[in-house]
Design a binder for this molecule. Structure first.
Ligand code: EPZ
Length: 424
């Protein structure tokens, strides 16, 4: 709950270190229960989604403590296999715990993860794959009851390279007898980070980052340490904020290749980009021009999570920017809010057409989801006057100290966690 206030028109300058990756740390926290062991995770972002995962771990009987950016998990005392509705509803991606609980305890009861702002978010690919491994899963009354009749390794072909389904199979396969081969697997960098963690945990795993991943055994270790990868979508967000506001910002401690599709689009729009081994510098002083059409696809294609952010950066770019959203069926909810700032956007089905305008003007707007909310702040940085972003908790799910980061770069931004509480 809260209100972000942004007075636009100020350019951004400076260096920033990007937080650890939300979408890497969540499956890794689930993986920490596969073997009763002690895990120390470094570079863990301070996010409400991470807090929600820690609450699930504690509910399962594990210890989960945070000390700054380090989260320590002790899963030796795990004594439950259920995740109740109130914990599942906090974070629908909690379904990622299913494979890990099955691998550890051979049974699991989860409240069915609902949809979210982006759409129905089905889990049919997860369930089909786990059943192929031997899980007996019944769905009734809004819950999933799973017994594993002895998980056995299998060949699993995913109809779509689903990130979550790939991760769930990788986790469950660690508790299966024999080899599991996943084809048409997701290739996102977060899959690579999960595989590196599982290897440290004692898994024999190969092929991560390609469309074929093989898990051929698991000899659990007693203690594991891992540094979570940097968040590539937060990196893309910082680049888009600088493009929208103007200025010159250097991202430190990043893997430029992981968000190159976004960097290349901003470069095509007229931003000056300097890439080094672990840093990217963006400079945007003049007027931008529209990039070639943006089509979201599974990695290494243009990431769906960055679509709202690049859209926000394109609102004043000369010409027409065409977006096609292929991953989620309802990922243009931020458009109506952006038009309140004076943007010219029309949406037909999966296509959004942005016609660049000369000026944007601050206005009260409402965050519709995590990346849509970040897009409103991005656009506000380049708008004249005050923009107030009403937010029921979306942005803090994925951005750690977003306001402080932008404030340190020269933005005029503040976050009041209480205001909305008095308004609604
Ligand atoms: C992960 O979600 C990310 N979340 C999402 O980030 C990201 O947008 C998405 O991958 C795509 O890259 C986390 O990692 C926690 P998918 P996930 O399974 O795993 C359909 C953010 O902003 N599908 O690859 O849920 C699904 O409906 C979030 O950080 C099925 O039909 O994504 C969607 O249309 C948003 N059946 C498409 O596949 C299934 O069983 C992609 O979903 C599973 C998915």
């Amino acid at each position: 709950m809260g209100v972000w206030k942004v007075s636009g028109g100020r350019k951004l300058y400076g260096d920033i270190r990007i937080q650890g990756s939300k979408n890497a740390v969540l499956p890794i926290m689930a993986a920490a229960i596969i073997a009763g062991c002690e895990t120390e995770l470094l570079n863990c972002p301070q996010l409400s989604d991470v807090e929600a995962a820690m609450a699930i771990l504690r509910h399962l009987g594990c210890k989960a403590e945070r000390d700054g950016d380090t989260v320590s998990i002790d899963s030796r005392g795990m004594n439950r296999t259920d995740i109740p509705h109130d914990l599942m509803r906090e974070m629908r991606s909690s379904v990622i715990f299913l494979g890990a609980i099955l691998a550890r305890a051979h049974k699991a009861e989860l409240s069915y993860p609902g949809g979210c702002e982006l759409g129905a978010r089905p889990i049919d690919l997860h369930l089909e794959a786990l059943r192929t491994l031997g899980a007996d899963i019944s769905e009734q009354g809004g819950s999933l009851n799973c017994r594993d009749t002895g998980l056995k390794g299998a060949r699993i072909n995913l109809a779509f390279p689903s990130v979550g389904a790939t991760e769930n199979v990788m986790l469950a396969a660690c508790g299966a007898a024999g080899e599991t081969v996943i084809t048409n697997a997701a290739k996102e960098p977060e899959i690579i980070d999960l595989a590196e963690f599982l290897r440290k945990l004692g898994a024999s795993i190969s092929g991560e980052g390609t469309s074929t991943i093989t898990i051929s055994g698991f000899t659990p270790k007693e203690a594991v340490g891992h540094r979570v990868m940097t968040d590539r979508i937060v990196s893309a967000t910082a680049l888009c904020c600088t493009a929208a506001a103007g200025g010159s910002v250097t991202l430190k401690g990043v893997v430029p290749a992981y968000f190159e599709t976004v960097t290349a689009a901003l470069e095509a729009m007229g931003c000056e980009i300097e890439r080094k081994t672990n840093s990217v510098k963006i400079t945007s002083e003049g007027k931008l021009h529209a990039p070639r059409p943006i089509v979201t696809r599974p990695y290494p294609g243009f990431p769906t999570d960055a679509q709202p952010l690049l859209m926000a950066a394109s609102l004043k770019a000369a010409g027409t920017t065409v977006f096609t959203e292929n991953i989620f069926e309802n990922r243009y909810r931020h458009v109506a809010e952006l038009t309140r700032l004076g943007a010219d956007i029309s949406v037909v089905g999966r296509v959004a057409v942005v016609t660049g305008v000369n000026e944007l003007f601050g206005a009260p707007v409402t965050a519709t989801d995590l990346r849509g909310g970040a897009a409103l702040i991005t656009a506000a940085l380049g708008a004249k006057g005050l923009t107030t972003v009403y937010d029921t908790g979306h942005i803090v799910r994925g951005y750690d100290d977003f306001d402080k980061t932008l404030l340190n770069l020269g933005a005029d931004i503040s976050f009041d966690p209480e205001t909305l509480a008095s308004v609604v």
